[in-house]
Ligand binder design. Structure first.
Ligand code: ADP
Ligand code: MG
Length: 731
């Protein structure tokens, strides 16, 4: 019987491109948001009163009036039923990193026994999923294991299609009985509100008409696509999302012939299909292209309000996984599925928009609006400088550890790139304001940078692709985020530290104006101070270089190389304080989250260690021994027919080499097992995570080294796992 690898290879050879029906003929606008309960649909299905109430809640984030909830639920139900929906679910984002749903039928039986379809306000507003198996870091004590999902009216309900089934999904937050959050969305909404308030206050220095500031997010999602049958023949890809073994192919990404190259047809069909599903869900996908590594791709939407953008990204990841199955493909969202080729990230483009239509990180058209731009620009840099450790912590995960600092992704050191032009502007403010800050007109006119900025900043050549946090003309781009991460994690931190910095900024400016300074002068004074104080976080050079690591050390910047260390940021006094002061997390919630993240880290490494031991012992060693036996038979035969020893020297040598690798693999697997046992005995979770990180994990490379060497010598026919060249180049 051929091995699963050869069966898989056969199936790839026979794979056909799946034809996509539907859009292609149609315009995107014809299907866009057709499965979303949008403002327009609301108008059609709700009374004026209910519509207004819901729109108001969506805008202000306030609770929906209980009396209205029944009406809204009825409207939603009639809309959904028209589309063949039979079930509904509260859709939420628990800390497991995926999304969760528990489907309930509209169908119910009344007390008199009649069967009806029911979906009322109670079902819409709040549910009590059996939540005891979601991570909670000890927040839900055993005596009170209840968790609630509560409707987030600022994110629209949508219909999820799976096969022929259709489910009405209500976006919700997930909280414990006592109100402590157990998900990504609840803190995100709080951080958005905190930033709104702080930013509006600062906007009022320049423009009294601003009454709302929204954080905007445009993510860029990188991913790999490989054949499903091949993926299924790799237990490591199935269980861990990445290859734990595998020698690099003769050809990798060195020719760089994949980037922006033409998209292979099977993958293209998959893209069209998941784009179509995404459009129906209102996800405004805009671009798609090949990435640098073979079989790596990227897609990006038009940016949206932060909360919606986060929902859409989690939805997209879900849709991609589902749709890939239809095409007998597998989408790999892991940060580092393959050693030796680039990993995947998820750039988070972030900015601030006012309800007066201004992008606060876009250089203005007049000196006055430029001062407003400069204010938000400098405050962002200051926020990153003061809380770089929190940003680093927000992107820390076992997966991302493989990517950060691997000469393909930003290092673990957080720094800000702003380009030469704006560096000069900041330098000028720093020196000029020092000299003559009373001559306000002159100083402010000097800031009249709008004439030159657009051409200069929009020029791609001015970009520094190695920077983890780069200003790209009208937004900051946080590039160190991992491809499988929930964007909420970095967004909560960014929004919160920005809120905190802006609050302080307002206080500092107010203090000066109270002393009699003119407002513009006070603003400039404080900006100058912030520019000086945040200088060390600015870096324009090559972030991948070894010199930068040294330079950063001299500057006193943090460099947390691994997840267990990086996560500490959330439980320092300073870290706890900033979340607490801005109403995002209580100190207890933070400690619980910290524990959840450490736990998740340990579990990931633990699973990988187990699987690696299994693969090495049950797949690699038998293949090696099998081939070695063939060699031995060969040597015996040659000897038997009376040939001289030098005629089978190569075979004999190979027998020995193989034995060496077998021994090494065996010893390392055993040692890893022992270390794991010791690690598991450690009760302190932080110490346990460190043990896994610095001891258990060190065996991964050792085992891999010998297994990959064996891959090079063992007869290809006997090798049980699909090889890199097959995974990466066959479609
Ligand atoms: P890149 O060269 O990095 O691909 P793009 O100009 O294509 O840059 O934009 C990348 C992402 O930035 C897109 O998802 C886009 O929607 C997003 N973006 C653009 N403007 C903003 C903004 N004001 N706020 C947030 N995201 C934005
Ligand atoms: Mg980008």
């Amino acid at each position: 019987m051929p091995s699963i690898r050869f069966q898989a290879l056969q199936s790839v050879a026979n794979a056909e491109e799946k034809k996509i029906h539907g859009y292609g003929e149609k315009k995107i606008t014809a299907i866009f948001a057709s499965n979303v309960f949008t403002g327009r649909t609301m108008r059609e299905h709700l009374s004026d009163e209910a519509y207004k109430s819901l729109m108001n809640s969506a805008k202000t984030g306030s609770r929906v009036d209980r009396r209205m909830a029944d009406q809204v639920a009825a409207g939603m139900k009639s809309w959904a039923e028209e589309r063949g929906v039979t079930h509904f679910t509260h859709w939420f984002q628990p800390l497991t990193g995926t999304t969760a749903e528990k489907h309930d039928s509209f169908f119910t039986i009344k007390s008199d026994g009649t069967a009806i379809e029911l979906f009322d306000g109670d079902a819409l507003i709040q549910q009590e999923p059996d939540a005891s198996s979601f991570p909670n870091g000890g927040i839900r004590a055993t005596f009170e294991a209840r968790g609630y999902t509560a409707w987030d009216p600022s994110s629209p309900a949508f219909i999820m299609e799976a096969g022929s089934g259709k489910t009405l999904c209500i976006p919700t937050i997930f909280i414990a009985y006592n109100g402590e959050s157990l998900d990504y969305k609840a803190p995100l909404l709080k951080s958005i509100a905190a930033l709104d308030k702080a930013a509006v206050d600062v906007c009022h220095f320049f423009d009294k008409n601003v009454s709302k500031v929204t954080a905007t997010l445009g993510w860029e999602q990188e991913y790999f696509v490989i054949d499903e049958a091949l993926a299924n023949a790799r237990p490591d890809l199935m269980m861990c999302g990445r290859t734990l073994l595998g020698h690099g192919p003769a050809k990798g990404q060195q020719l760089e012939d994949h980037y922006f190259g033409s998209i292979p047809e099977r993958v293209y069909a998959f893209m069209q299909d998941f784009e179509q599903e995404s459009y129906k869900l209102g996800i405004p996908l805009r671009t798609r292209h090949n990435e640098v590594a073979p079989s790596q791709f990227e897609c990006a939407p038009i940016f949206e309000e932060c909360n919606i953008a986060v929902d859409h990204n989690t939805l997209l990841m879900d849709v991609m996984n589902k749709v890939a199955k239809r095409h007998k493909l597998k989408a790999l969202l892991h940060e580092k599925p393959f050693a030796g080729v680039n990993g995947s990230g998820k750039h988070n483009n972030w900015s601030l928009a006012t309800d007066t239509g201004v992008n606060l990180l876009s250089p203005g058209k007049t000196p006055r609006t430029n001062l407003m731009f400069l204010t938000f620009f400098v405050n962002t840099i200051k926020a990153v400088c003061d809380y770089d450790d929190l940003l680093r912590g927000a992107i820390a995960s076992a997966n991302n550890d493989h990517r950060l600092g691997a000469n393909e992704a930003p290092p673990a050191i957080i720094s800000v790139y702003i380009g030469k032009f704006l560096s000069d502007v900041l330098d000028e403010v720093e020196t000029r304001v020092k000299e003559k800050f009373t001559e306000q007109d002159e100083v402010i006119l000097k800031l009249d940078i709008h004439k030159q900025i657009p051409e200069l900043l929009m020029d791609n050549t001015d970009r520094n692709r190695t920077s983890p946090f780069a200003f790209t003309g009208n937004k900051f781009e946080f590039r160190a985020v991992g491809s499988s991460a929930n964007c909420a994690s970095p967004m909560v931190v960014l929004n919160t530290i920005m809120a905190e910095t802006l609050k302080q900024f307002k206080k500092d400016v107010d203090a000066l104006t109270e002393k009699g300074d003119k407002k513009e002068i006070a603003v400039l004074q404080v900006l100058r101070d912030y520019i000086t104080k945040s200088k060390k976080i600015r870096f324009e050079g090559d972030n991948y270089s070894a010199e930068w690591a040294e330079e950063a050390k001299r500057r006193g910047l943090n460099n947390f190389k691994t997840t267990p260390e990086a996560l500490d940021a959330f439980v320092t006094e300073k870290g706890k304080q900033v979340f607490y002061d801005n109403g995002i997390y209580s100190k207890r919630e933070l400690e619980a989250r910290h524990e959840i993240m450490l736990e998740e880290y340990i579990k990931k490494v633990q699973i990988e260690a187990r699987l690696l031991g299994y693969l090495a012992t049950n797949h690699i060693l038998p293949a090696a021994i099998n081939y070695q036996n063939t060699l031995i038979q060969n040597v015996k035969g040659l000897k038997e027919i009376g040939l001289d020893k030098k005629t089978y020297k190569a075979q004999l040598n190979l027998v020995e080499v193989i034995s060496g690798h077998i021994q090494n693999i065996n010893d390392n697997v055993e040692a890893m097992l022992e270390t794991r046992k010791k690690a598991n005995e450690i009760t302190d979770i932080h110490k346990r995570a460190l043990k896994y990180c610095h001891e258990v994990k060190t065996y991964f490379d050792k085992i891999r080294y010998h297994a990959d060497k064996l891959e090079l010598v063992v007869d290809d026919k006997l090798w049980p796992l699909p090889k890199y060249r097959e995974l990466l180049f066959m479609r």
